[in-house]
Design a protein around this ligand. Structure first.
Ligand SMILES: Nc1ncnc2c1ncn2[C@@H]1O[C@H](COP(=O)(O)OP(=O)(O)OP(=O)(O)O)[C@@H](O)[C@H]1O
Ligand SMILES: [Mg+2]
Length: 230
């Protein structure tokens, strides 16, 4: 029986039949504002609440803003300060961002003993490589490297407006073991935009294929696993 790593989002863990597989790689794919960072933080918090060590690499949001979000959630950061490694990488500093992720991350995982690692969003790392074949190679090599690490990895990836069902470069969902797609639902007759998610794939496991509505609250995310959109 494979060990499950609880994601920490009620409803989603049920859809994943208990959670992610230990040491697997999960991509959270979605358009801007669909909640990718919120899911990533929730995954971090679940680990921290269980006494785990967590590395969170942010490529877009500044560390102080992320800490403000955490404070807004009412999480007691002081309780896990020494186990939470929140790093912000400046994606415009090409060499630093690449070397930090490629060579320093494995060392950091080893030193810290982190069991959960988050990169939010991986699309900015991918975007550092202008040449498409180099980008593929680099992403492939990075994911392969991470498969050898003793941790469960969550990466977030932005979709293109023109292509809301897939990540910008189409690599994240292809390389990841598990893909959770976050989407806006704009239906005729609805006066509100709804959010919905689906588990697109999960290697080595059965999973739900239903499209479920979810809501982001200040302190948590609720997936309405009993509700149906259609
Ligand atoms: N305190 C809150 N209460 C309720 N909803 C919130 C709260 N904070 C954020 N949200 C909702 O979450 C959305 C932002 O989520 P998040 O930052 O995770 O999205 P994202 O997919 O990471 O976006 P981006 O691609 O811009 O980084 C907001 O647009 C808002 O709808
Ligand atoms: Mg974000």
């Amino acid at each position: 029986m494979s060990i499950r790593v609880k994601f920490g989002v009620e409803g989603l863990d049920e859809m994943l039949l208990g959670g992610l597989l230990e040491r697997s790689i999960c991509a959270i794919v979605g358009n801007y504002g669909t909640g990718k960072t919120m899911f990533a933080l929730q995954f971090a918090y679940e680990g921290l609440s269980r006494g785990e060590r967590v590395i969170y690499i942010s490529l877009d949001e500044r560390e102080d803003l992320l800490r403000a979000t955490i404070a807004q959630k009412g999480w007691d950061a002081s309780a896990f300060e020494d186990r939470f490694y929140l790093l912000r990488l400046d994606p415009t500093d090409f060499n630093l961002a690449i070397s930090s992720i490629k060579s320093e991350l494995p060392a950091l995982i080893k030193i810290t003993g982190a069991s959960r690692v988050i990169i939010d969003p991986i699309s900015l790392f991918e975007g550092l490589f202008e040449d498409e074949s180099v980008r593929r190679q680099e992403m492939f090599a990075f994911i392969e490297m991470m498969r050898d690490e003793p941790c469960t990895l969550v990466i977030t990836s932005e979709t293109d407006i023109a292509k809301p069902d897939g990540s910008r470069y189409g690599l994240a969902e292809y390389l990841a073991d598990t893909v959770v797609l976050l989407r806006y639902i704009r239906s005729p007759g609805l006066t509100e935009v709804h959010l919905a998610l689906e588990v697109v794939k999960m290697r080595r496991s059965a999973h739900s294929r239903e499209i479920k509505p979810f809501e982001i609250f200040p302190d948590r995310i609720m997936v309405y696993s009993e509700a149906s959109l259609f």
